[in-house]
Design a protein around this ligand. Structure first.
Ligand code: PMP
Length: 351
């Protein structure tokens, strides 16, 4: 039989939320709006040259991102989605016997990417109120810890890490450990005391911030995300990147999206308002939900997860269920959200 790495054959596959006919798809934290006209226009223009390889250095978009955040272009590394940049970070930092820590539950890809790299995932349970347990994470750091992911707002619970919590955490994390602040959902976070990853990036040599164009910018289908990282680390990310990983269409669309941030902000505002409406609707129906600062809400359905998910599906709502734990439901358009709330009518609140 052909040899394959045991660690790979043992891996669970990353599962994508699948749509079903006539259902609303609220399973992937996608932006419910259609792409902006200005973005579609540049993608059309670029389509004329798809017979050519993209600019591997992603020069223009890197310059644009650097200007946006007032950092140096050499501190930006792009990838085909921030999930790819997360993989690059792990590959560049951790190998066999090394440990990569993250809160759990958090983004499902973390443990998979760590195992693919041959390193050891160290999941640290969230607190009882679904937040990062930074004290427990500190206590779990060993001399083999190479990287710690801090996801804020956390997927799927929607809880944030505060500025003060991060300050205290970073004061005590050894400087040899890289702390990756995954801000995939930061645009939806309007809490006053939230961590601003860039602020810590500017002050600490071991902090990387991860951003994506998939969520607030609505480019999930084009695949582009980036790290803002200390120069040496950003250079290593480029070394481990798959050549030509970020398409010319994605690069152009990202620039057009940064040019349209005001227009996108209006959409973000609507999604935030809808999130408040959905949370209120859930509470009216007896659900005890924590505030979420992402573009999704988290139902702690525990043992009834599969049952509640089944009811949602029967009512034409596809969400992301984590068996035995909870269900994450993306904030969609007002109509989609109505459909979700109506689907829960008559369902006894699980917790
Ligand atoms: N980080 C988090 C926390 C996420 O939830 C996701 C997507 N679900 C990503 C990163 C990756 O997104 P993308 O690869 O589309 O940029």
């Amino acid at each position: 039989m052909v040899y394959q790495r045991d660690a790979v054959e043992a891996l669970p596959a990353y599962v994508q939320g699948k749509s079903i006919p006539n259902a609303v798809k609220l399973s992937s934290n996608e932006n419910p709006y259609p792409p902006l006209d200005s973005v579609v226009e540049v993608v059309r223009e670029r389509a004329a040259s798809i017979s050519l390889y993209p600019d591997m250095s992603a020069h223009d978009v890197v310059e644009r991102i650097a200007a946006r955040w007032q950092v140096r272009p050499s501190e930006i590394a792009v990838g085909a989605g921030s999930v790819e940049v997360a993989a690059q970070l792990i590959t560049a930092s951790a190998g066999s016997g090394d440990e990569v820590m993250f809160a759990w539950r958090s983004f499902e890809a973390y443990p998979i990417l760590v195992q693919v790299a041959g390193a050891t995932p160290v999941p640290v349970p969230l607190t009882a109120d679904d937040r990062h347990d930074l004290e427990a994470m500190l206590a779990a750091i060993t001399d083999r810890t190479r990287l710690v992911f801090v996801c804020t707002p956390n997927n799927p619970t929607g809880a944030i890490v505060t500025r003060d919590e991060m300050e205290r955490f970073l004061e005590r994390v050894p400087s040899s450990v890289l702390v990756v602040i995954d801000e995939a959902y930061a645009h939806f976070d309007d809490a006053e005391d939230s961590v601003d990853g860039l602020d810590f990036f500017r002050r600490c040599d071991n902090v990387v911030v991860l951003h994506t164009f998939s969520k607030a910018y609505g480019l999930a289908g084009l695949r582009i995300g980036y790290a803002i990282a200390p120069e040496r680390i950003a250079a290593n990310l480029r070394r481990v990147a798959v050549p030509f990983g970020v398409s010319a269409l994605a690069q152009a669309a990202a620039i057009a999206s940064l040019d349209a941030e005001d227009e996108l902000q209006e959409r973000i505002d609507v999604i935030r308002a809808e999130r408040a409406r959905v949370l209120a609707g859930l509470r009216d129906r007896g659900w005890q939900v924590f505030d979420s600062l992402g573009n999704f809400v988290w139902l702690r359905t525990g043992a009834s997860t599969t049952e509640v998910d089944g009811i949602l599906r029967e009512n034409g709502v596809v969400a992301r269920a984590f068996a035995g734990d909870g269900i994450r439901v993306t904030i969609g358009s007002p109509e989609m959200n109505d459909r979700f709330l109506a689907a829960l009518d008559g369902v006894p609140a699980s917790v």
